[in-house]
Ligand binder design. Structure first.
Ligand SMILES: O=P(O)(O)OC[C@H]1O[C@H](O)[C@H](O)[C@@H](O)[C@@H]1O
Length: 297
């Protein structure tokens, strides 16, 4: 069966390619596994990092995979988001499985949804409907995030940020991310609020994460290559103008309670999103953000 619903997750299996699969937890609609073969046709291998200490039981957001960040990135900055926790509520609420959207020789695709609960309304009282479509193809995983304003025409618009927090499994000390040269970014590792709010310009041809990195690139190219000696992943995006590159290295990684020992050496987070400024959604409108992850080697 290409789509199997289990207790806490839905599992996608490629209809033709034995072992190519994806697993999505209902908690947070978090993709916690994506297995894809290399281009040369090797056995499908895990492409995402999930910490061995990650909670998968819904007690806290998953440390790894692809958490969905909505409606606020980081500590909320919008007055309307003041009651929300870091990265918002999409990643720590239970989504509903809606349907299998596609099931053919090319791949398989499912849709999950999230609507306001009383607990969400107490912190973010806006009429919305979220849809998340995850598509598994031979060397690809696509995630589509749709935000709909479901209010009547007289309802005020609402504002949000959105981001796919990809933990890409890769040897962190050997990765390079391109092409970000010349792109402005905010450096969240700076000690003062003023320095964090002052844009810098990326001067490197290929960005590495050999030291603690938490950079928010604004108006980035939208297509990124993450390359290391034995592998490469491409991320193509639509409607996601910014990208965050994060790796805590030992300096801050060792302080993260649910990070496995040395985990920071095994991934790089390359996170496309709309996080500088806010999307403003009018009643009846739907906003769509998409990424396509492709194994290139
Ligand atoms: O620990 P979390 O809430 O999952 O956040 C993990 C990381 O997410 C993003 O990459 C942010 O830019 C980082 O500042 C943050 O540390």
């Amino acid at each position: 069966m290409p789509v199997t619903q289990k207790g806490d997750r839905v599992v996608l299996q490629h209809p033709k390619l034995q072992g190519a699969s994806a697993e999505i937890l209902y908690y947070g609609a978090t993709v916690i596994s994506w297995k894809a073969p290399s281009v040369s046709g090797s056995e499908p291998a895990e492409r995402l990092f999930v910490s061995g200490k990650a909670a998968l039981d819904g007690s806290k957001p998953v440390r790894g995979g692809i958490p969905v960040v909505f409606p606020a990135f980081g500590a909320p900055t919008h007055p309307d988001h003041a009651k929300l926790s870091q990265h918002g509520f999409a990643r720590n609420n239970i989504w509903a499985y809606e349907s299998t959207v596609m099931d053919n020789e090319a791949g398989v695709s499912v849709k999950l949804t999230l609507d306001p609960t009383d607990a969400i309304k107490a912190r973010f009282d806006h009429p919305f409907h979220l849809e998340y479509i995850v598509t598994l193809a031979e060397h690809q995983l696509t995630t589509d995030f749709h935000v709909k304003h479901t209010g009547l025409s007289t309802t005020p618009p609402f504002e949000f940020q959105a981001l796919f927090h990809n933990y890409i499994r890769a040897p962190a000390n050997d990765v390079h991310i391109t092409p970000l040269k010349g792109v402005s970014y905010y450096d969240k590792t700076e000690a003062t609020e003023e320095a964090r709010a002052t844009p810098k310009v990326e001067s490197r041809e290929g960005v590495d994460v050999k030291k603690f990195t938490d950079f928010v690139y604004e108006n980035a190219p939208g297509k990124y290559d993450i390359v290391w000696p034995s592998g490469a992943i491409e991320i193509r995006t639509s409607n996601l103008k910014d990208v965050v590159v994060w790796n805590p290295q030992q300096e801050t990684g060792s302080k993260i309670a649910d990070m496995e020992e040395g985990g920071w050496e095994r991934y790089v987070c390359v996170e496309p999103g709309y996080v500088c400024g806010f999307v403003k959604l009018e009643p009846g409108q739907t906003w769509r953000g998409q990424q396509v992850l492709t194994v290139k080697v």
